[in-house]
Design a protein around this ligand. Structure first.
Ligand SMILES: C[C@@H](O)[C@H](N)C(=O)O
Ligand SMILES: C[C@@H](O)[C@H](N)C(=O)O
Lengths: 159, 159
C-alpha cells in the first residue's frame, strides 16, 4: 500500500473570519473579496457551502492575524454593500493540513484525519480539501495534540 | 507582474452532496466519511464551514456521478448515526478551478475569478481554495461561458 501522505503542515498564524447570512446570488463573493484584495489582504482558505432553503449562506475565510485589524475595518465599512447579518472573528484557530498526492483516489485518507481528531475529542471547525491537501481549522489549544496524533495515525513518526 | 495562474481546469463528472444540520461536535465528520471510505467512494472536495449560533452546521462534498447511487444508499442507511436533518443532491454542477502557484501571496487572484463569474451572472454555489487552486461549483449549464470568460480574464487565451 503506497503511502500517499507525505507530511502534516500547520499554521497558528491565521485568523478565521465568517460573514453570516449573505445573499446567495451572483456578485456577493466579489463584493467581499474585491475590497479585501484592493487592500492587499492575503486570503488563504476560502470556504463557502451552498445555501439551504433560505437563499442565504455563510462565507468563511482565513487571513494572517497581523492583517485582522485592517480586514475588520474594511468589512465593517462594506457591510451594507456586502449585506451580511453578522461578522464573526476567531483568532484562536490553528490550521492543520494533511499533505499528500492523489488523495482523491485514496478513499480513507481524509477519514484517517477525521477519525484521529474525533478520537482525541478535537472539534473540527472548518474543512477544505483538495487532491493534495486536507485542511481543517481546530481550536489552537489542541495543536500539539492533533499533530502528534496525526503523525502517528499516518505512520509519519520517525522510524 | 508575474502570471501566477497557469490554467483553468474543469469537471462535469461530479455530483454535490450536502448534509444539512449536523451536530458540530467531535466525531460527526468521521461518521460521514468512515462509511463512505469503507465503500471506496472517491470523495473530491469537502467543504464545511463553522456553525452559527445553533451548534449545527452543514457538510458539502463532491463525488463522481457514477458513485452517486451507492453513496446515497450509504448515507441513507447511516442517517441516524450521522444525525443530519436533510440530504441534498445536485448532479447538475460543474467544478471550475483556477490553477496556479503561490496564490495566497497574490491577493486579487481569487477576486478575478469571482468578479468574472459575477459579471456573467453565474452564481457560485460552493467555494474551496488552496494556495494552488481556487475551486468553485456552478450550475453545469454555465460551464462553457465560465471557461471562456475566465480564460480571457486571466489572459490565458491563445496569443
Ligand atoms: C455566496 C456567493 O458565493 C454568491 N453565490 C456569489 O456568487 O457571489
Ligand atoms: C461538523 C463536524 O466537522 C464536527 N465538528 C466534527 O468534528 O466532526
Amino acid at each position: 500500500e503506497q503511502q500517499v501522505v507525505s507530511g502534516i503542515a500547520y499554521s497558528r498564524d491565521e485568523a478565521k473570519i465568517t460573514l453570516f447570512s449573505i445573499d446567495d446570488k451572483p456578485g456577493v463573493s466579489a463584493s467581499i473579496f474585491g475590497p479585501l484584495a484592493k487592500a492587499a489582504i492575503n486570503v488563504d482558505m476560502i470556504v463557502q457551502s451552498i445555501a439551504g432553503d433560505s437563499n442565504k449562506t455563510d462565507m468563511t475565510f482565513t487571513i494572517p492575524r497581523s492583517e485582522l485589524p485592517l480586514a475588520r475595518k474594511i468589512l465593517e465599512e462594506q457591510s451594507a454593500a456586502i449585506g451580511y447579518k453578522n461578522l464573526h472573528i476567531d483568532e484562536v484557530v490553528a490550521k492543520i493540513s494533511v499533505v499528500g498526492l492523489g488523495m482523491r483516489s485514496h478513499p480513507g485518507t481524509a477519514q484517517i484525519m477525521f477519525q484521529t481528531l474525533a478520537d482525541k475529542g478535537i472539534n473540527i471547525k472548518v474543512i477544505s480539501t483538495s487532491e493534495i491537501k486536507i485542511s481543517v481549522l481546530i481550536d489552537e489549544a489542541y495543536t500539539e495534540l492533533a499533530l502528534r496524533a496525526l503523525h502517528t495515525a499516518y505512520d509519519l513518526d520517525a522510524a
